[in-house]
Design a protein around this ligand. Sequence first.
Ligand code: SF4
Ligand code: SF4
Length: 367
Amino acid sequence: MESQVYYTDARARYKRNLYDKLETIVKRSEILNCIEKNDLVAIKIHAGEPGNTTFLNPTFVRKIVEMVKEREAKPFITDTTTLYVHKRHNAIDHSISALKNGFSYSTVDAPFLVADGLIGDDYFTVKIDGEILKEVYIGSSIFNADVLIVLSHFKGHELTGFGGAIKNVGMGCASKRGKFHQHSGVFPEIIKEKCTGCKLCVNRCSFNAISLINKIATIDEKKCKGCGDCLVVCKSSAIKIRWVAKAKEFQKKMTEYAYGVLKTKKAKVGYVNFLINITPDCDCCDWSDVSIVPDLGILASKDMVAIDKASVDLVNKAPINPLGKLKEKIESKDKFYDLNKVNWRVQLEHGQKIGLGNINYKLITID
Ligand code: SF4
Ligand code: SF4
């Protein structure tokens, strides 16, 4: 069995700009046909860390918003808070960062909502029967939406090889607890020098796993469930994540999170991958290096595994930018492996195994 992936390249000409081409592949792929009148439509984006200059162009998002509104539905733009403490760590900082990056109502024609609430603890638990995970924690605005349309800037990623639709859903729709669940080992760790003894974490922990010893927070590892809630409330950055997740296990967890998100949507989902500014690093970075290959175009599909596989294949067939990070690997046949030494196939193979989608696809090219 193979899934259909619609593709248009990045070339444009008189009376055929990239908005026109985007509209054509979205229509041909029928990814919006599931939308009914008054549906609440979550349009998942990555708003980009301030300083990054190659995140998804907000004007492409507006095009999708217009198409959703033609169906008399109610679109909103959404993303979740980050685990690390930077400029998208809570809903206020994230909203301001998104505004500064152009995701304003005046540009995208829809409100921007942080899906997991003010401090990232607004989520729903979804039971799954994954190889590793039995439940996942999804941002409530995404959980409650009737439809999920996932717009992904396709690029490299240090933990998963590449970041595409699977990552945008699996990691990007998870609440802070969900991100902690995927990223870390079992326990957070207290940085004693930074702890002020404020007790916010002590009061927050539902499992009575934290107490103050000599005015410093101390975690009882026998009681700790690894929920990450203490991390959310500490204002002194005194609680550290143990980044012990290995790339293979991390990718599997991320894929199982994506499965949990889909479980809430009854097949009312669609994906668009933008292979424009294909940078070596994630949009969470507050910088943008030059692209590793030329702009390749836009893809649309109802299958998140197929669209990511088609995207990787296009990148691997493309010539290397001689000025970019892979300039020493001009003959590279596996660009994302050569960038990060990560076997990115795990997310695709595990995705197919658990029923997320197909690795096999048919690429339908549209001018
Ligand atoms: S919230 Fe942070 S600063 Fe306050 S006691 Fe806990 S670890 Fe220390
Ligand atoms: S991770 Fe959760 S269970 Fe563990 S100490 Fe923090 S709040 Fe308590």
